[in-house]
Design a protein around this ligand. Structure first.
Ligand code: TA6
Length: 294
């Protein structure tokens, strides 16, 4: 991939493990790889540094816990009567997606749309006809728009999310601003509910929380920079880091658990119920600012 980009562009090429991907480039936004495997935005190399975490290990499922895996149609192990009937976080991240279009938009940003449609295999796992269209747009910042349409004749209940792994200089000092006052449920405490009191949350030990009512704006500060994160359409935001001693479990190189925090726009507990023929839309937009001194 070129190191500097003078014009925006989106080209189909090959990425990790020789798999097809679209390479998005923009003079101010850097470069991003959008992979057909899982519909995963795997890397975003901004001129100020990598925004997304990807393990330095290449001997395992390097992409499983890095970049932005797509969650659909179940969050985690699921909730309610259908819990456990699908793989963890659903099947979309394991499917091969199709590159539908790539190019530049009217604002001169690089953009590409990948899609996943129901197949005989997905219908065996989950009895619905659907199409997901995921559009990545790279300008100064990066926007991911997830559109889910119900192509069946019955209502379609689903959960969805963008399991975003942000690279941070050290998770033990990185601060997430914008959660204060929100109710959250803690997966480490049998989903007990409390209110966030911290003006800036530091995930300095194992952390796995679902905040209720997605804030529209968050900031993630670390020693190097500040990220501005906006979520639309999702009901929740999840904050996750597996904490010390977790590297082997998640195929990370030693100490890599300190190098990321997941902040995931998601609809977790109460599924979206999409009427026949209807379309749902969720969006995550991320911009890079200069750091404030921590
Ligand atoms: O989103 C948080 C979470 O559900 C955690 O509970 C943890 O399991 C993590 O995602 C990773 O899940 P994965 O299936 O990708 O190993």
């Amino acid at each position: 991939m070129p190191q500097s980009h003078t014009i925006a562009g989106a080209d189909v090429g090959t990425g990790l493990a020789g798999r097809p991907c679209v390479r998005l480039t923009h003079p101010a936004g850097g470069a991003a790889e959008f992979h057909a495997h899982g519909g995963q935005l795997l890397t975003w190399r901004h001129p100020a540094g990598d925004v997304l975490f990807l393990s330095a290990r290449t001997d395992a499922h390097q992409e499983r816990h890095g970049g932005i895996p797509v969650i659909f149609p179940q969050f985690g192990k699921g909730f309610g009567p259908t819990a456990g009937s699908l793989p963890q976080h659903g099947f979309a991240r394991d499917q091969e997606w199709v590159v539908r279009s790539q190019g530049t938009d009217d604002a001169g940003r690089a953009t590409a749309t990948l899609s996943l449609e129901s197949t005989a295999e997905t219908r065996r796992l989950w009895p619905h006809d659907f199409i997901i269209e995921l559009t990545a747009t790279l300008g100064e910042g990066l926007t991911l728009t997830m559109q889910v349409s119900n192509r069946g004749t019955a209502p379609m209940p689903f959960s969805a999310g963008l399991h975003t792994y942000y690279r941070v200089s050290d998770v033990r000092t990185a601060q997430i601003e914008g959660l204060q006052g929100l109710r959250f449920r803690d997966n480490l405490k049998d989903w007990a509910e409390s209110t966030e009191t911290a003006p800036e949350l530091i995930a300095d030990g194992e952390t796995d929380r679902v905040y209720l009512g997605s804030p529209l704006r968050l900031r993630l500060h670390d020693a190097a920079r500040c990220l501005r994160i906006e979520n639309h359409g999702f009901a929740n935001v999840v904050v996750w880091n597996p904490g010390p001693g977790s590297d082997a479990k998640y195929d990370f190189a030693p100490g890599e658990w300190t190098q990321f925090v997941c902040i995931e726009p998601a609809t977790v507990f109460n599924p979206v119920v999409l009427a026949a023929g209807a379309t749902w839309r969720g969006e995550q937009a991320v911009a890079v600012d200069a750091a404030r001194v921590l």
